[in-house]
Design a protein around this ligand. Structure first.
Ligand code: GSH
Length: 278
């Protein structure tokens, strides 16, 4: 593991959870991610499942809060959770907002100054990170899936639809499904990509599904008591777009659940099974 720094490691459900940093050539900065290796990985290569987190999260939130290790161990999947943005880049104002800059990379390749040099999270997630993972862990690189939460649910849908050959399955918890139409998305896409909204379409799941679709059914869980539901997440827009092009979608409204990891933990096993079956 010459190019990876192991920061800490913990035994969990017979497997091991490690936190790593490395020097990213895509983001021109130090990047962090977490990897959970199930017990099966000591015997043979196993499939990989990527999880993209939401606004203000790091590589840690999912591993600490989702209760996912038990199921990754049971189903024999390696889990990889990257950080949500570059950090400490020195860009003026990078830490000013919780929904833009640090902790809010939005899984896009920025084209605007001053973000362009570092904020290349789309390419980082679909290219650099998978190459690093397959080079350093016992994986079956042809068996990859991706899922995520909120901003990360948006990222997972976009990565999967734009690279259907790389990802065998996709799912999301409370994803931002129509970023061009919600305040979080408009702020991020405008800031990272500029004002020409034509360039935003490549990062909007509700636009992409009409352009390219996805080869298998998409699983989405959405809590009905999520305070971001009506203004930011807009699952009804994605549902309509899927219906327009006959894209199979399993959108489940979960009564009374909010936006938190308590919600994610409640349905994580279904998502792990969804990806394991694929
Ligand atoms: N800071 C925001 C909330 C941010 C938030 O809810 N972030 C979600 C993703 S969009 C999250 O996963 N936070 C980290 C956590 O709950 O561990 C607020 O005050 O409204």
């Amino acid at each position: 593991m010459s190019n990876l720094n192991l920061l800490s490691e913990y035994k969990s459900f017979g497997g091991k959870l490690g936190f790593y940093s490395h020097s990213s050539s895509t983001c021109n900065s130090e990047m962090r991610f977490a990897v959970y290796q199930p017990p099966q990985a000591t015997q043979k290569p196993v499939p990989i499942l990527y999880f993209l987190s939401g606004l203000s999260s790091t590589e840690e939130n999912f591993m600490v809060k989702a209760g996912v290790q038990r199921f990754a161990a049971e189903y024999g999947l390696i889990l990889v959770a990257p950080d949500t943005s570059p950090r400490n880049t020195g860009i003026a104002g990078e830490d000013d907002d919780w929904d833009f800059g640090t902790g809010a990379g939005f899984y896009v390749d920025a084209t605007e100054e001053p973000w362009r040099k570092n904020y290349q999270m789309y390419s980082y997630v679909v290219q650099e990170l998978p190459a690093l993972i397959t080079a350093n862990f016992p994986t079956q690189p042809e068996k990859q899936g991706i899922f995520g939460h909120s901003m990360g649910g948006h990222g997972a849908l976009v990565c999967a639809m734009r690279n259907p050959e790389l990802y065998k399955s996709v799912s999301a918890f409370a994803p931002i499904t129509a970023p061009m139409r919600c305040p979080w998305g408009q702020k991020a896409l405008g800031g990272y990509l500029g004002n020409n909204q034509e360039t935003w379409r490549a990062y909007d799941a509700s636009e992409l599904v009409k352009q390219v679709g996805y080869h298998s059914s998409i699983l989405i869980d959405q809590g009905t008591a999520d305070k971001f539901l009506a203004e930011q997440l807009l699952p009804e827009v994605f549902e309509q777009a899927c219906a327009d092009v006959n894209q199979p979608l399993n959108l489940r409204y979960q009564e009374g659940y909010d936006h938190s990891y308590y919600f994610i933990a409640s349905f994580i096993e279904d998502h792990i099974r969804h990806h394991a079956l694929a």
